[in-house]
Write a new protein. Structure first.
Length: 223
């Protein structure tokens, strides 16, 4: 995909991005109540689509949301809106909220708001892969860390500090334990052991894929 966003999926329909609207009474806006999923496509092929869809459903159920379509239908919807936007190399965001609020803080489980956004993917620089990058740490533990929620207040509020420090990521730590980064999981080699956190974090789809590749070669510890 190249150029600006053209189409998005909104509650069962693919519509021009400029015409897509979400109610100002949506509980995702008024109370920050929602879940999300982030996917990548390469030459139109979506990386680990089914795994992402399964995690999206798990996140939804964990906070009490019920998706309005099946896993298979959601997968097809993601593929359809990607194709409508020209495929290629893209980043895809799937977002679901509880829809319009009831009495300001409740919602109707039968009327969720679901939308899918497709954006042009901009890769990290090759220099970063060759030379590495800087992390800054922050004392923080996400609410319901096993679910991928729409609440990114810590990550968003730290962007200015991240840029000032010329860092590439924010590493969340909590009570002396390494947790996760703002948009990624973390691995480290300790001697010959490959170590990654297991509890109190979102178990990333790429994280799982890395472990699958690493375990036949390295001693991998989840702890």
């Amino acid at each position: 995909m190249t150029g600006p966003k053209k189409y998005c999926y909104l509650n069962g329909k693919i519509v021009p991005f400029s015409q897509a609207k979400v109610s100002v009474n949506d509980i995702g806006l008024t109370r920050g109540f929602g879940v999300s999923e982030f996917l990548r496509s390469d030459n139109g092929k979506i990386f680990l689509l089914n795994d992402h869809v399964r995690r999206f459903f798990k996140s939804a159920y964990m906070i009490g949301l019920k998706p309005s379509l099946s896993k298979e239908s959601l997968g097809k919807a993601i593929q359809s809106v990607l194709k409508k936007n020209g495929g290629g190399n893209a980043q895809i965001r799937v977002i679901m909220t509880g829809g319009d609020t009831i009495s300001g803080i409740e919602f109707d489980k039968k009327k969720p708001m679901l939308f899918i956004l497709v954006e042009h993917f901009v890769p990290l620089s090759g220099t970063l892969y060759r030379n590495g990058g800087k992390l800054i740490t922050y004392e923080y533990q996400r609410t319901i860390p096993e679910a991928k929620m729409t609440n990114y207040i810590a990550a968003v509020s730290l962007q200015k500090k991240k840029k000032k420090e010329k860092a590439v990521e924010i590493l969340f730590v909590h009570r002396g334990l390494v947790r996760e980064a703002s948009t990624s999981n973390i691995f480290m080699f300790k001697g010959s052991n490959l170590v990654t956190p297991y509890d109190g974090v979102l178990l990333g789809i790429t994280r799982g894929f890395v472990l699958t590749l690493a375990k036949p070669v390295y001693h991998a510890e989840e702890r």
